[in-house]
Design a protein around this ligand. Sequence first.
Ligand code: NAD
Ligand code: UPG
Length: 327
Amino acid sequence: MILIVGGAGYIGSHVVKELLNQKHQVIVLDNLSTGHREAVDPRADFIQGDIRDESLLTHIFTTYKIEGVMHFAAHCLVGESVVKPFIYYENNVAATLLLLRQMILHNVTKFIFSSTCATYGIPNAKRIDENCPTKPINPYGHSKLMVEQILSDFSKAYGLSYIVLRYFNAAGADPEGEIGEDHTPESHLIPNVLLHLLGKKSSVEIFGDNYGTKDGTCVRDYIHVLDLADAHIRALEHLFATRENQALTYNLGNGKGYSVLEVIKMCERVTENKANIVISPGRTGDPAYLVADYEKIRKELNWRPVYTLEDIVNTAWNWHTSHPYGY
Ligand SMILES: NC(=O)c1ccc[n+]([C@@H]2O[C@H](COP(=O)([O-])OP(=O)(O)OC[C@H]3O[C@@H](n4cnc5c(N)ncnc54)[C@H](O)[C@@H]3O)[C@@H](O)[C@H]2O)c1
Ligand SMILES: O=c1ccn([C@@H]2O[C@H](COP(=O)(O)OP(=O)(O)O[C@H]3O[C@H](CO)[C@@H](O)[C@H](O)[C@H]3O)[C@@H](O)[C@H]2O)c(=O)[nH]1
């Protein structure tokens, strides 16, 4: 059985559905702080609770035969982390330590960790590969990089076998339309544009239009949640297939950069609607340009993204139009 921590959240719930489709047994632990009970596939076991509750973790590790853990639970907003760093270090680093302690105590060695391209900071590269220096520029990125260091040390000392997945910008929704992105408040670009085009927000803000990019707006690499789900399953299967401890780090992105303006244009095209754009100051902690080189995971786990930006916007639009109030 695989324990999915944070499996009621946006990315976790999509991974849970794919794991179940591929006949894995799944138990989800989530405190529902930003996740939704309805997002958890009914075929999964669900426990509402917090990873900081050590007696609950002991109960889970002694009751269920947990063979591996995927850890999605975190605070994960770049801007919020700049103004509320305490909760980022507390929930992303200290709470993860508690989870890892229980794993070690119960001899569970396989671990997949949701990290981020925010660990790179402002890279000096057109495409970021895993050898680029990690110099985060916000507390969120620092908190994820700290966990990566902890995992490396724990692997050597306690035999942890792990894969760190550094996602770029997750987007899109389940093509079957059952689950999708639902955050309150919503801060991510694509849902914000689509919610505006759906008439739920009066305008869409562009945070900064004088970055040193092709049109002055920030460039990001948008990766479909189902491509992320596929990578998680490959990572899990790799950990189960190898005898030696693994200590691996992979980027997960599309390898293509789109500016905020280009994303808005794609949303306008898919929805056949015109956006009312407002230019606002850039957000603190936002790098100008982040695009992935995903060669390493392509070579080693035979993963490659299959969804385009248009697929991302189409599936997200399908979700928002069928769930205008979220779950
Ligand atoms: N969304 C992105 O673009 C993106 C990019 C890079 C990395 N990530 C990482 O991926 C992971 C998932 O992101 P998401 O967008 O699905 O976020 P999300 O907020 O939708 O999901 C996080 C889930 O974790 C749960 N949770 C948080 N703290 C918890 C705790 N202490 N105990 C139990 N449950 C807890 C929340 O209720 C939520 O269901 C995060 O670790 C994030 O840092 C996300
Ligand atoms: O209404 C909006 C929302 C966002 N943006 C811009 O759009 C880009 C993407 O922003 P957003 O969708 O909020 O994602 P990021 O801030 O890039 O962060 C996401 O992607 C990171 C990886 O790049 C993850 O680590 C984070 O968890 C996840 O929130 C940024 O340049 C924002 O300034 C706008 O202009 N208007």
